[in-house]
Design a protein around this ligand. Structure first.
Ligand code: HEC
Ligand code: CU
Length: 240
């Protein structure tokens, strides 16, 4: 899910740790109903939600707001709510959408007007601080460290922390010929995805620097030791 408004843009991903999902750790209080970046809205204000999808039909449902609206590829649907009390509200995808249907929680933080204004200010400062200098030349260690975070947030669910993937379903990136071979094919698949498979295009959701970082990370982690650095400028020029 992508949040936008006030010029603030972010992705909201399931944050339940993998070891709780695989049964190797006790389940937390908000198991499968927690995210890294919740949607943040002011109390008492009408909030308009625009919905679409880039794969199949999902639905945005937060029962406490009485809202359930489909998210349909190729269409933009809207809905609205006005939260009457501050607090944390949870919901889920409400349209059976595939094998990850149970892993698409929604969290909405409703803040007082003052706290909301403070949050917006904080986000804007963060955006300014995090803006990457497009001409910066990154070194291997910097990109690998950043790429590890991008991988953990966007790739680990399928390709796994050990890079081995899931046999027969998600290919291993550790030792993959495509990952250690010429970089162009890898840049292409991460930017544009692979139609008809679970490999989504990441070009729209991730910045040039994030894509360069995650590719550099996968080319220099586990048994992959290409020693190569992929600069953000290479991603910029590969975008169609
Ligand atoms: C929802 C599951 C899923 C996620 C998340 C995902 N991938 Fe994939 N990925 C796949 C599948 C499935 C394929 C195989 C596509 C095919 O059939 O060729 C694949 C293929 C690849 C390949 C080609 C590997 C090879 O040997 O053919 C690379 C590289 C890759 N993904 C990188 C990434 C990166 C980097 C991320 C995170 C930014 C990511 N993937 C996130 C499912 C996923
Ligand atoms: Cu869904």
């Amino acid at each position: 899910m992508k949040g936008e408004g006030e010029g603030i843009s972010f992705l909201s991903n399931l944050s339940t740790p993998q070891d709780q999902i695989t049964g190797n750790a006790p389940k937390g209080e908000h198991y499968l109903l927690e995210v890294d970046n919740p949607m943040v809205v002011p109390v008492g204000k009408k909030v308009r939600v625009l919905l679409t999808s880039n794969d199949v039909i999902h639905a945005w449902m937060v029962p406490a707001f009485g809202v359930k609206q489909d998210a349909i590829p190729g269409f933009v649907r809207d809905t609205w709510f006005r939260a009457e009390k501050v607090g944390t509200y949870r919901g889920q995808c409400a349209e059976l959408c595939g094998k990850d249907h149970g892993f698409m929680p929604i969290v909405v933080e409703v803040l007082s007007a003052e706290k909301y204004t403070a949050w917006v200010g904080e986000q804007k400062k963060k955006i300014a601080a995090a803006a990457d200098d497009p001409n910066k030349k990154w070194n291997l260690a910097e990109l690998k460290a950043r790429g590890e975070k991008v991988y953990a947030a966007n790739c680990v669910a399928c390709h796994q922390a050990n890079g081995q993937g899931v046999k027969g379903t998600f290919p291993a990136l550790d030792g993959s010929e495509l990952v250690i071979g010429p970089r162009g094919r890898q840049i292409e698949i991460v930017l544009n995805g692979k139609g008809g498979t679970a490999m989504a295009p990441f070009g729209k959701q991730l910045s040039d620097t994030d894509i360069a970082a995650v590719i550099t990370f996968t080319r220099n982690n586990w048994g992959n030791k290409t020693g190569e650095v992929i600069q953000p400028s290479e991603i910029r020029s590969a975008r169609k």
